[in-house]
Design a protein around this ligand. Structure first.
Ligand SMILES: Nc1nc2c(c(=O)[nH]1)N[C@H]1C(S)=C(S)[C@@H](COP(=O)(O)O)O[C@H]1N2
Ligand SMILES: [Mo]
Length: 313
């Protein structure tokens, strides 16, 4: 089967290097399994354990070759307000999130609305490793090896109608396991313009560092939009809705002068409380300049041609 538990150590004690050596070994084994015709084992695997490995993974030419942020930082320094507002809260509290069974409903202005079971989703398109720069509006950044496939692969299956202009993402809100504090208007929602959602960089994300997503990183399925501030990358998605009108977003509702709909990384447009000109890569001390569209300008600048990015922040 294509999912294995990591036997030896809890994930927090595995260094990225050990992880990758383990994964190379695993990929070899997976190759043998594949040769024996066991593809599709994901669906029949029991409830996914933390640290379950994902394979096979195609390497993506869209990956950066910058040094990856450590597995430990990626999985212990998080924003997931449903599990608390301190960076260390999600890893402590998100263990209560139950990620199987799980479905994602794709609906709205589509020809073929459909509910996908999570195990079906994991096999919808070839999984790729995408090493992306991620920039939080708070001023820190990471380089994370995500695992997933382009969101466009999912959207094409439901056949968007000509009237669809935006995509709304609704995430789980379960007050039995999540915060009851009215920090945001739960559930956390986000949105993209349809062309942004269909852009090849936009990743429907199921894993990181070769494993299924840890709960604190948005298990079992989240969005990753690397040219936008981190808050656009909604975690633990349950509904994807295609709409004609621009959807409301949780952060915009909470503070509309601080968080616009577009939220493209832009060093020239400061957040009212934080300069966006520089950032600190987690694990480093010095600050580095923030790049336009988080360094993805070549791929995405054309989406915003002719738009005033100061007005459309
Ligand atoms: N549902 C939900 N998704 C969320 C958030 C959240 O609080 N709730 N925080 C966002 C913010 S501000 C950031 S920076 C990223 C952090 O993702 P990571 O913890 O995997 O690095 O998740 C985003 N997605
Ligand atoms: Mo963020």
């Amino acid at each position: 089967m294509l999912i294995l538990r990591t036997p030896e150590l809890p994930s927090s004690e595995i260094t990225p290097r050990e992880l990758f050596e383990g994964r190379r070994r695993f990929l070899r084994d997976a190759g043998l399994v594949l040769a024996a015709g066991a593809f599709g084992g994901l669906a029949s695997a029991p409830a996914t354990a933390a640290n379950a490995r994902l394979a096979p993974l195609a390497a993506s030419p869209l990956s950066t070759n910058e040094e990856k942020t450590s597995y430990k930082s990626v999985t212990t320094y998080n924003n997931y307000y449903e599990f608390g507002t301190d960076k260390g809260d999600p890893v402590d509290n998100a263990g209560r999130l139950v990620t199987r069974p799980w479905t994602v409903r794709v609906e709205g202005l589509v020809g073929k609305p459909r509910t996908f079971d999570i195990d079906e989703l994991m096999k919808l398109a070839p999984l790729e490793e995408r090493i992306y720069r991620m920039r939080c509006v708070e001023g820190w950044s990471m380089v994370i090896p995500w695992v997933g496939f382009p969101l466009s692969a999912l959207l094409k299956q439901v056949e968007p109608l000509g009237s669809a202009k935006f995509v709304e993402f609704v995430t789980l809100y379960d007050p039995k396991v999540m915060s009851r504090l009215p920090v945001l208007d739960w559930p956390y929602t986000e949105g993209l313009r349809l062309d942004e959602a269909l852009h090849p960089l936009t990743l429907l994300t199921l894993g990181l560092y070769g494993e299924v997503l840890p709960n604190q990183n948005g298990a079992p399925v989240r969005l990753v939009v690397p040219w936008k501030y981190g808050f656009k990358s909604a975690k633990s998605i349950v509904t994807i809705r295609l709409t004609e009108k621009q959807p409301a977003t949780a952060w915009n509702k909470a503070a509309r002068h601080e968080y616009g709909f577009y939220s493209n990384v832009n060093p020239q447009v400061d957040h009212p409380r934080w300069s966006q000109a520089t950032e600190r890569r987690i694990g480093e001390f010095r600050k580095r300049p923030t790049l336009m569209f988080n360094g993805y300008a070549e791929q995405v600048a054309s989406l915003y041609q002719g738009m005033d990015l100061r007005a459309n922040f």
